[in-house]
Each structure stands twice: as C-alpha cells, then as structure tokens.
Design a protein around this ligand. Structure first.
Ligand code: NIG
Ligand code: FE
Length: 398
C-alpha cells in the first residue's frame, strides 16, 4: 500500500519527493466512505461487510487531477490534422481555431448536453483511478456561455462521487468581438460575470491564461485582484508559450498553483521558492503539441514541490489518462516513479485544495483508492506506459 502520510503532511518538496511511504502486506479498512484504519495484515479486523483480496497487487490513493477542462462541446480533431500538416497551436488560434472554435460549439450546446458529455469523460477518468478533478470554465467567453459551463460543473459536483472543484476561466482568450477591445472584455469579466458567479456560488477558484497572444501579466494581475474580492483563490495558466510573467504574478496573488510552466528559468524558480504556490506541470500537453517539456528536474533539485495533471481539453490534451501522465513525467520530465506518484496524488491534492480529504492513505481521509493488477514493482506502473494497470477503483461516497 503506497502513499501513507500523516494528516499534517500537505505538500512534499525537493528531495522528499523521492520518498513514497509504503507498507507491505497491509490491510486497509474503509467505513462510511472514510479510511478508518490500516496497518500490517496480521492486525486486520476479522469482520467487514466486504473483503477485497489484493494479494500481489498495489493499493494507491486515487489520482487528483488538479487541472482539466472536461466541460466542452464537440472535439477538434481537424486542428489535430492541421498540426500534423505543419500549423502551430498559435497559428491555428490566429485563424479562428483553438479556444474560440470551442466557444462557437459551446454556444450551440445546452447545459444538459455539456453535463452529459463531461459525465462520460469523468466516467472514463475514474476507470484510470482518478478520484478528484478540478474543472475550468473558459469555452463560454460570454456571460451566458460562462454561466452555462459553471452551472454544468455545479451539477457534476452534485451528482458525481468524484470530488470536483470549479475554476472560473473567463479570461481564457479574447472573444472575436473583443479582439480590439481588451478593456471591454476585462470590464465584462470583472463587473459583469464575477458578481453573478459569486452570487450563485459557482466557482472555487479563478484562472487566467497568462501568455503571449492571450492575457498579459498586467491584465492577469487586475483580474486576479478582482477575483480575490469575492474570495476566489487563483490557479492560473502561465508560461506555456513564453516567459509571460505569469509565474511571478501568480505568486504575488497567492495562487494555489501556477500551471504549464514550459518556460521556467532561475528567476521563476526563485519566485516560487517559499511561496504557497504549487508548480503544476502538464506533460501530456507538451507531448500532444510538441512543445519542449518544463524543467521538472531543475525545480525539484532546487527544493520545489511539483504536481502533475492531465489538462484534459479538446485542443491541447484530449485525454484524461493519469497513468499515462505519470509515465510521461518519468520518461520526459525525468522524474522518478516515486516523485511522479507524489506529484499526482498528495501535491496535486494540495494544488486543488482537497488535501484534507484526498491524496494519501491517511486515517480520516476519503476511502478513494485503486487496486492495481498484479505487478512486479511500483516502477512497473509508469514503465508499462499506455496500458491500464488499474484493476479496481473504489470511490468513496461524498
Ligand atoms: O491548458 N492553454 C490554455 N488552455 C488550454 C487549451 C485550451 C484549448 O486549446 O482548447 C490548455 O492547454
Ligand atoms: Fe489548461
């Protein structure tokens, strides 16, 4: 059984990331959806309503996928082919594809259709062992569209056993009608959408795509400060396409996480050190878009914590497969299996503010765990990339 932690451990950083506390020949007792006790098998209680024999298998705390966009309409495989033919992600966006393309499709979908499509995606993610998911808005890009997305997320929260957090990403791209009028859109975000979203309790966090060609560091700063007035903590997109200033602005605004970080140098690492902001890497996005990978090794060796997530979305990472992300973290980011597993559980739980309930085997946390197929060692999980070694997933009732 892996990922055993005391309740006071909320983040694992630097050289501690290569330690993943493990117990062999263990028992785990789940009662009323919570972890009641665990320990050596010899001390297992004699009775339980249901007993699962996990001989030869590993038991993991469920993945926490702290960065996704699983509420969206349609798909974008035409742009996928455009990319194969040589167009870049930014070029596609300039030609009216990308996020704005998804916004057009979303405008024609009902809240129920959005809910149904996202529900199917969540079901598939659960089969890969995911027990908590952060979901962003950001394909609405209009008052009605953003509210429709956030209301669909709210309904997913209510109906799913998966723990869900909602992130308002109205500042994902400038909609076509505001391309030449940034102030107009920022005004709509701050004075139109935010008060209504706060009023309906539709968001836990606020996000901005702070990058070249999208939102500048100054624009991001203003939007995050406006969100803070409504108690929305930032979790932002930063430094995916360039040194955008997003990491520094995120840290300044006490972001829970800054995500992507393909462009991270010594100054950005220094800004993150001793902050409460979790650097979150999305290796399947770099994989899918053919970007260079973020310097995970450098970050961990500098003493930082690192989280990983899927970024599941129609444009840059159309997959919610956390075991594959763990494999990529090892293969491409040169993280050790233990580091990747900590990044996908305890640290990603912190990055989405669910670490009190999820992310480790800890008495009192949710009994959301998965059991592997019989495997020879922990490293077999990332090593066997692309295959699903998950045999059984138990998601605690909320
Ligand atoms: O996280 N980078 C910004 N947003 C998404 C992509 C959204 C899209 O292309 O639809 C991301 O990669
Ligand atoms: Fe994203």
């Amino acid at each position: 059984m892996v990922g055993i932690r005391d309740a006071n451990v909320e983040v694992v950083k630097g050289s501690d990331m290569k330690t993943l506390p493990t117990l062999e020949d263990a028992y785990l007792l789940i009662e009323n959806g919570l972890i009641k006790s665990f320990g050596p098998d010899a001390e297992a209680p004699e009775r339980a309503d249901e007993i699962i024999d996990a001989t030869g298998r590993f038991v993991f705390p469920c993945w926490c996928d702290s960065h996704t966009h699983v509420v969206y309409a349609g798909s974008r495989e035409k742009e996928f082919v455009d990319k194969i033919n040589g167009l870049s992600y930014e070029e596609i966006a300039r030609r009216g594809g990308g996020i704005v393309n998804s916004a057009l499709r979303l405008a024609n979908a009902t809240e129920q259709e959005l809910f149904d499509a996202a529900w199917m995606r969540l079901e598939e993610m659960e089969k890969f062992g995911t027990g908590a998911v952060e979901i962003k808005s950001g394909y609405g890009l209009s008052f009605e569209g953003e509210l429709k997305m956030l209301r669909a997320i709210k309904k997913l929260k209510e109906k799913s056993k998966i723990v869900i957090k909602s992130n308002f990403l109205g500042a994902h791209a400038y909609p076509t009608e505001f391309k030449q009028n940034h102030e107009g859109y920022i005004d709509l975000l701050i004075n139109g959408m935010l008060p209504q979203i706060a009023d309906e309790g539709l968001a836990d966090f606020i996000d901005v795509f702070c990058d070249r060609g999208f939102f500048s560091a100054d624009e991001t700063d203003r939007i995050l400060q406006a969100g803070a007035k409504y108690g929305l903590r930032p979790k932002i997109h930063a430094n995916e396409l360039d040194y955008s200033g997003g990491i520094e602005i995120g840290v300044k605004n006490h972001a829970l996480s800054v995500d992507h970080l393909e462009f991270t140098g010594d100054e950005q690492i220094a800004a993150l050190r001793n902050s409460g902001t979790m650097p979150t890497l999305l290796p399947s996005t770099a994989f899918f878009l053919g970007l260079h990978y973020p310097p995970a090794r450098k970050m961990i060796d500098a003493g930082l914590p690192v989280a990983i997530a899927t970024d599941y979305n129609p444009g840059s990472s159309p997959s919610g497969n956390m075991p594959f992300v763990v494999s990529l973290a090892c293969i491409k980011l040169k993280m050790l299996p233990e580091e990747a597993l900590n990044a996908a559980t305890i640290n990603s739980a912190y990055a989405m503010d669910v670490v009190k309930q999820m992310g480790s085997i800890t008495v009192g946390k949710k009994g959301s765990v998965f059991v592997s197929k019989p495997i020879s060692s922990l490293a077999f999980l990332p090593y066997s990339f692309g295959s699903n070694i998950v045999e059984r997933v138990i998601i605690a009732n909320n």
